[in-house]
Ligand binder design. Sequence first.
Ligand code: NDP
Ligand code: 8X3
Length: 253
Amino acid sequence: MKDTVLITGATSGIGEATAKLLGKNKYRLIITGRRKERLQKLSDFLQSEYGTDVCILNFDIREFNEVKKAIDSLPEKFKQIDVLINNAGLASGLDPIHNGSLDDWEIMIDTNVKGLLYITKLVSPQMVNRKKGYIINIGSIAGKEVYPNGNVYCATKHAVEALTKAMRIDLLPYGIKVSQIAPGMVNTEFSTVRFHGDNKKADNVYKGLNPLVGEDIADIILYLLNTPPHVCINDLVVMPLAQASATNVIRTE
Ligand code: NDP
Ligand code: 8X3
């Protein structure tokens, strides 16, 4: 069995695709998210398809006490986490700053920034003690650029970029790798969540172009995990061919 990998937000999209690819490649997995039945279904699939050694942790990443209780409850053989994939995150709403909803803002800040910090605080000390580990943060093109009505989501992903750089500096003495992947448009449940369940609006985001899919990001994660010990890819921006920047997209289909 290879390293133990904890993936936040494994119930859909990038996280789910990553769990499937890493399971296929014989990693031991800790899969997390709020939707327990989806975690159970994924766990059953991984075990029956690949014989994956898998553990489910069901928590809301915005609640530090829930996250701590879950991490403390890990069975002995899952306690040593070699790789942390900070993937859980979301956009909520797409409104100009003067019309923004406080609820949307708080959900994004609490999940994308505070949640990422909570799990990192709980997992990184044992990596420091062992002088070994890898943290991969899923940022976004929204952490490189800002676009109309993206305000708070973009701010949270700029924070992920800053935290990735800060983690790399702080963890440098301990030989811990820290990378960011910053994708453009990936067709997951992301836009449905952003538009509060409006599937029609979500479908329009990807209309007429060939977006990335979760499996594309999973491939990159597996590549990062296979880099030699002395190599660290600090930052990786990946877009669909039909997207040149956050706002420049060509729709031809
Ligand atoms: P999905 O909506 O498909 O997946 C998001 C995942 O995050 C789900 O598994 C969800 O699980 C989890 N999550 C959300 N909120 C919480 C919470 N409070 N507690 C625990 N888990 C939570 O979207 P993606 O796969 O696209 O998103 C994954 C990451 O990729 C995000 O950080 C997103 O910002 C980033 N990203 C996405 C892009 C895109 O175009 N799709 C582009 C660039 C970056 P559950 O609801 O079960 O809790
Ligand atoms: C998701 C990509 O362009 O919708 O992070 O912000 S975008």
